[in-house]
Design a protein around this ligand. Structure first.
Ligand SMILES: NC(=O)c1ccc[n+]([C@@H]2O[C@H](COP(=O)([O-])OP(=O)(O)OC[C@H]3O[C@@H](n4cnc5c(N)ncnc54)[C@H](OP(=O)(O)O)[C@@H]3O)[C@@H](O)[C@H]2O)c1
Length: 216
């Protein structure tokens, strides 16, 4: 398969482990990162995530290397905003607008624009896959931290996923995954990684418009 991963650069974390595993199994994996991790791979490029235009044009250029795309995995996580209790008091300082807007760019504008350019290379049965978090849709959790930028950014992403699922013209499957990677416990992480990897490689039309929680 031909796979594009956005946010697959950080070593020993899910995104990069996914890239290495898929390449190891013979898949062609293109990667777009927000910074240079020193991977020195022709199929791994860096884009400026402070500019959606730059991310889109760099992604278009790497997609030119392939004729068709089977999976787009949006794995990026980044956010800036208030989350300390002190940030939510009557005397709190406003959080600066540039940082609020960073969340919109990284969690909505970039994945939306990149999904559109991916669709151009996709056909029926190809997959748009967005990594999200349970906190973006589960309002029953009462323990902090409460992080509007992270959870709210992923909520935006969830709805982008659902809209692509219902509207895209290529019969491409659009779906999201929530889970928890317990990096502190190597055995737990290994099992969660395995389950998540296999889930992504075997996504089918029953997952369209759904957020699938991968739990061990
Ligand atoms: N870890 C968990 O327990 C957990 C829980 C729920 C959901 N998730 C979701 O699962 C996915 C994987 O996350 P992860 O934390 O486990 O590790 P991860 O695979 O390393 O994914 C995060 C990636 O986001 C990119 N990134 C980091 N800072 C950034 C910035 N300032 N601007 C743009 N991109 C940035 C990095 O990729 P590049 O350097 O390649 O750009 C990084 O590898 C994420 O979407 C996350 O929201 C994780």
């Amino acid at each position: 398969m031909n796979i594009l991963v956005m946010g697959g650069g950080t070593k020993n974390r899910f995104g990069n482990d996914f890239v290495n595993r898929a390449r190891g199994e013979g898949h062609r994996v293109l990667v777009v990162s927000h910074k240079d991790h020193g991977h020195n791979h022709d199929d791994h490029i860096v884009a400026n995530f402070y500019s959606a235009e730059d991310v889109v044009s760099k992604t278009e250029s790497i997609l030119n290397k392939i004729d068709k795309l089977d999976i787009f995995l949006f794995n990026t996580v980044a956010g800036k905003g208030p989350w300390d209790p002190d940030d939510f008091m009557s005397d709190s300082n406003f959080f600066n607008e540039t940082d609020w807007l960073f969340n919109l760019r990284v969690n909505a504008i970039i994945p939306y624009n990149v999904s559109i350019i991916c669709l151009k290379k996709m056909s029926e049965g190809a997959k748009l896959v967005y990594m999200t978090t349970g906190r973006s849709f589960n309002m029953d959790v009462t323990v902090g931290p409460f992080i509007p930028s992270y959870y709210g950014g992923k909520a935006f992403l969830n709805h982008i996923m659902v809209a692509f699922a219902h509207y895209n013209d290529k019969k491409v499957i659009s779906t999201a995954i929530s889970g928890h990677f317990g990096y502190n416990d190597p055995n737990e992480y290994k099992r969660t990684f395995e389950k998540t990897y296999l889930h992504i490689m075997n996504i089918d039309s029953t997952h369209n418009a759904k957020i699938v929680t991968v739990a061990i």
